[in-house]
Design a protein around this ligand. Structure first.
Ligand code: PRP
Length: 214
């Protein structure tokens, strides 16, 4: 059981964690438990606990109050609606959602042709192509999205591009940007009211640390 006077942070495992640690340190959080190599999913620090989650699950834990605050990419928040406060943009995890495909693919497609789009972000993709007036068939895939145009599963993909290395190594290129993505702090609405005194100093410190990240 979680002790309710502790601040519970939902933290994404993966690439963003390394960028998050210096910001947390500057905000006065004890990050040592996050750097220990272990399979433990709950890491305890002074006055708080960190839940280590798949990035997509962070907003769910915070929305339902299993965590008070969390860190998540805007891509996840664009794909699904959550009832959350979003008090701080951390300015880390910078990347973009983009339409990409084979370097010699015809994009935009000829008028009247339905584009087949593979993506982990079906709602984002559907909204984007609707806004562009392009007929699109959305094909949901879980990962290694770049395989889809290589194998003929789709014409294009809508996916995260960070360094562009995955696209480059697979003979793909960006056709069009869909959205800029950064990591933000999300907070449970009730938790923020009940624990405002505990949470506010961290949010203020993280606000101060914005853009200070390398
Ligand atoms: C993400 C994304 C791209 C890649 C982009 O995949 O889906 O495949 O990173 O990064 P790059 O532009 O720096 O190459 P991730 O590594 O999370 O794995 P996944 O394919 O299983 O989703």
């Amino acid at each position: 059981m979680l002790e309710r006077d502790e601040l519970v942070w939902a933290i994404p495992k993966g690439r963003v964690l390394a960028q998050l640690l210096p910001l947390f340190e500057r905000a006065g959080l004890d990050t040592a438990p996050l750097t220990v190599k272990s399979r433990k999913l709950i890491r305890r620090a002074a006055g708080c606990r960190f839940l280590l989650l798949k990035p997509d699950d962070v907003p769910t834990y915070v929305e339902y109050g299993a965590a008070d605050v969390g860190v998540v990419g805007r891509d996840v928040l664009l794909e699904r609606e959550y009832d959350l406060y979003m008090p701080v943009d951390l300015g880390i995890g910078c990347c973009r959602l983009a339409v990409a495909g084979l370097v010699d693919a015809a994009y935009p497609p000829p008028p009247g042709r339905t584009l087949r789009v593979a993506t982990k972000y079906p709602n984002v993709a559907r909204r984007f192509f609707a806004s562009r007036g392009l007929p699109a068939e959305i094909i949901f895939v879980q990962g290694s999205v770049e395989l889809a145009p290589l194998t003929g599963l789709s014409d294009v993909i809508v996916d995260i591009v960070e360094t562009g290395e995955t696209l480059r190594q697979n003979g793909l290129k960006v056709f069009e940007a869909v959205a800029e993505v950064t990591s933000v702090v999300v907070a449970n609405r009730v938790g923020l009211k009940l624990k405002r005194a505990r949470i506010a100093p961290f949010l203020n410190a993280l606000r101060g640390a914005e853009g200070a990240a390398p």
